[in-house]
Design a protein around this ligand. Structure first.
Ligand code: CU
Ligand code: CU
Length: 281
């Protein structure tokens, strides 16, 4: 069973195994297929039309499945690897070991945002951007540009306390837990982290930056924590609703994956903060 750990607790060997698996998926082209899928969905999800990955109730189950597919590809390369999560309420500065040259590398240079160190630096020739938004093939970041701050634990707790999963009109103007966690309302949680990292993370092609997976692994963990705090609250909408995915409807691009299938993460993995999954017959 896969255990997802905090990136802050990884050993040097675990960091190397993770970044090596990323580089291998990049080399074979598998990585960029994931970037292209995310890019396509972010560009077509819209508040008043069909939406499945973003601005809608299925934001959380969609990304859970997207991460599971990606983690399965990593594990084909190295079965010991799992997706680490980045708790940005704790590891909240560009000086965090997350951004060290032995892990993700640091912020980009002021001139053009190019990441200069670590395994994903352009000079290493192993991380060319092919699904992007501009003419540059290098990974870009601008950590905390303009004095921006990452969300705090208090801001996260306020959102985890919200009892309702989502509300009409089921888009970026909704109330409820999902839209506040996604960050279109309130303190801006998930969206604000994309902006704080900047560069590619601030675009539809955000998975170009490997920190995407660790950010979303933490957002996914917050969903699990919300479920634990609100055992009587359910995924909404429960039944057919225009333009959005209800509990039992399949989510594109998969043919047979519904939000209901994604509700219990313990079918797939546990977090290092919780015990082993209960036995399932
Ligand atoms: Cu996304
Ligand atoms: Cu995101």
């Amino acid at each position: 069973m896969t255990v997802r750990k905090s990136q802050a607790t990884l050993s040097s060997d675990e960091k190397r195994a993770f970044t090596n698996a990323l580089l291998e998926l990049k080399r074979t082209g598998v990585y960029d297929r994931f970037v292209a899928t995310h890019n396509a969905f972010l560009r077509t999800d819209s508040d008043f039309g069909d939406r499945v990955g973003h601005r809608c109730p299925s934001f959380l189950p969609w990304h859970r499945r997207f991460l599971l597919d990606f983690e399965a590809e990593l594990q084909k390369v190295d079965p010991k690897v799992s997706l680490p999560y980045w708790d940005w309420t704790v590891d909240r500065t560009p000086a965090s070991s997350l951004w060290g040259p032995d892990f993700l590398g640091g912020t980009g240079r002021p001139l053009d945002g190019q990441v200069l160190d670590g395994p994903f630096a352009y000079s290493g020739r192993r991380w060319n951007i092919t699904v992007g938004v501009d003419r540059h093939a290098f990974l870009r970041r601008s950590l905390g540009a303009g004095g921006a701050q990452l969300p705090t634990k208090a801001e996260v707790n306020a959102v985890l306390d919200m009892p309702e999963y989502d509300t009409a009109p089921w888009n970026s103007s909704s109330g409820g837990f999902r839209n506040h966690l996604e960050g279109w309302r309130g303190a801006g949680l998930h969206n604000r982290v994309h902006v704080w990292v900047g560069g590619h993370m601030g675009t539809a092609a955000s998975p170009n930056d490997p920190v995407f997976w660790m950010h979303h692994a933490f957002v996914d963990m917050l969903w699990a924590e919300w479920q634990r705090r609100h055992p009587k609250s359910a995924y909404l909408p429960a039944a057919a609703t225009p333009n959005v995915v209800d509990l039992r409807r399949p989510m594109r691009p998969w043919n047979n994956v519904t939000p209901a299938d994604m509700l219990d993460h313990r079918r797939f993995y546990t977090f290092d903060t919780e015990g082993p999954a209960p036995h399932r017959p």
